[in-house]
Design a protein around this ligand. Sequence first.
Ligand SMILES: Cc1cc2nc3c(=O)[nH]c(=O)nc-3n(C[C@H](O)[C@H](O)[C@H](O)COP(=O)(O)OP(=O)(O)OC[C@H]3O[C@@H](n4cnc5c(N)ncnc54)[C@H](O)[C@@H]3O)c2cc1C
Ligand SMILES: Cc1cc2nc3c(=O)[nH]c(=O)nc-3n(C[C@H](O)[C@H](O)[C@H](O)COP(=O)(O)O)c2cc1C
Length: 594
Amino acid sequence: MTASPLLPRNAPFLPEDIDTLNKVVARTTPQQRAWLAGFFAGFEAAQAGGAQAALPAAKPRAPLTILYASESGNSEALANKAKKAAQKHGLDAKVFDMADADLSLLAKSKNIVVYAATWGEGDPPSRAVDFYQALMSDAAPRIDGVRFAVLALGDTAYTQFCAIGKAIDARLEELGGVRTADRLDLDLDYAKQAAEWTESSLAKFAPVAEPSSGGTVVHVDFGGAMLPADDDEPQFTAETPLEAEISALVNLNGTGSTRETWHAEFAFDTPGFSYQPGDAIGLIPENDPVLVDALLKAVGLGSDAALLLKLQKSYDVTTLSRSAVENYAKLTGRADVKALLEGEAYPKFAADRQLIDLFETYPEKLTAEQLIGLLRPLPGRLYSVASSLKAHPGEAHLLVGAVRWESHGKIRKGVSSTYLGERRKVGSSAKIYVKPNRHFRLPPDAHTPIIMIGAGTGVAPYRAFIEERVAEGAKGKSWLFFGERNFTNDFLYQLEWQDYLESGDLSRIDVAFSRDQPEKIYVQHRLWERRADLRGWLDEGAHLYVCGDEKGMAKDVDATLVKILAEAAKGDEEAGRAKLKELTKAGRYQRDVY
Ligand SMILES: Cc1cc2nc3c(=O)[nH]c(=O)nc-3n(C[C@H](O)[C@H](O)[C@H](O)COP(=O)(O)OP(=O)(O)OC[C@H]3O[C@@H](n4cnc5c(N)ncnc54)[C@H](O)[C@@H]3O)c2cc1C
Ligand SMILES: Cc1cc2nc3c(=O)[nH]c(=O)nc-3n(C[C@H](O)[C@H](O)[C@H](O)COP(=O)(O)O)c2cc1C
């Protein structure tokens, strides 16, 4: 048990002063308390000796480099929080995004804390790719004696769990760095553990307080006032969501479509629920009770209504993570389950299977506690916001593609998309929160042209962009490239785009319907056909946006953009790639891909 540092009620102060002092003391670190003790002891000693008060000497704080690799902002937010916390530990912290940082930064640093997310299938976040590749290359500088610590963010649903954080941690050691705190790999419910890790790691980097020559004053310079608590954090987060009413829910696809894409409107009268076009809205789903029931039966726990409800609302009952297999192997002692963890057996088994397949293939009876012990909390899902608050005060609109597939003889349903599409109705409510994305924003100058490229649900943020520009009376040109399967059934928000074209609020649209002709036509083909005009818009300063499926669309669009830019440089692909990077660095090529 740790003792409380609060002043007792019988301390020689007025009761209200005890309360005031305790409010401050409750927030202090051991180091700050040592400083206070030293300061007052030194002050009194100096007074007694008739000398000037021994004010704390200005001891330089220890420098700290906080570096992050982030796609959707989690690592970035942790890095910024760490900077604030670092002040308290006597650390002079500077935060760097790997997107803008040069590798030489590492060798120049004394102390480094890294927050790194993993994306794609074990890839670095897209803006961090250059830095990451340079770090992994032979050209990386030695960092002998540099102290470091790495926090890795990831999702245990991916076989390459936290791969990038793990690789950075190993590489920094290989280059001569000294691991000052152990790496922590965190799943989607990272908030609490990340805060604890940050606190304990920063304490390890903190400069050691030295007693003064008189032995009474502890000289620690905290560098002025402490920063207030994080005030730019949204009020409604995954941990504190808002219960909002669903005021509209419409499948935008025609009856003959192979797609099912829901336009959902959430209504709220809470001014604190605020977002900007480009942000994502998180939705906290509930599991399909039919699946939960089947899962309970598979482990011999039938007909327990309370347990079913608990699992339906709070636990991830679908993800077949490596750690779930490890824990099931330990719990059951089954050698065949343990064998799944050898070599490539796990990724092979887990591919398009879910937790229920593990229980049904290797059946064992579990208690409720044992089952819950195998599950992680149910994570929220993100959706690019499809509305502007200026156009729809008190509302947030989303465009959600229903995920359904069949594998190993089972019909499978995406948890969140079918929660919305099947198990929610107009008038029911759902829990939502805001996930800001400052890397997907309209240009600050309303006259700047925008080129928006998206397929399927990737069109969602562009509806928000145009609504915002209309609401603001922005006059910049806009050009939409939209792709889907079929013109008749899948032209999402077709009437709205046509109205905007008529009113001039959308300057131009090019569509690619892949299945309307024998050969497949995708947005990247349209980009190539219109490349001369596209380069013209870029010459006028246009900002380029890409949103939607990473594997199916964004990669091909990226490669086509390189080709288009290379053509203007006599076919030099390197020059094309460099130009696209230049646009990225200037914030003129922004991606929101998933
Ligand atoms: C920043 C961001 C913005 C996003 N914006 C949008 C948006 O605007 N609209 C939108 O619809 N989605 C969006 N998404 C995706 C969204 O968050 C969810 O991932 C998606 O809705 C699926 O969630 P789910 O719970 O329905 O499916 P889950 O239960 O999470 O299941 C999805 C998983 O099932 C597996 N799976 C899916 N299909 C198959 C298959 N055919 N074969 C085998 N396995 C399969 C895959 O492992 C996949 O990851 C966004 C994601 C991010 C990160
Ligand atoms: C499309 C996509 C791919 C992902 N791929 C991985 C992965 O391969 N391994 C992993 O551990 N996490 C993966 N994640 C999870 C992210 O690392 C996790 O959401 C993290 O908190 C994101 O941090 P960021 O916001 O700083 O980018 C993926 C997430 C998404 C949406």
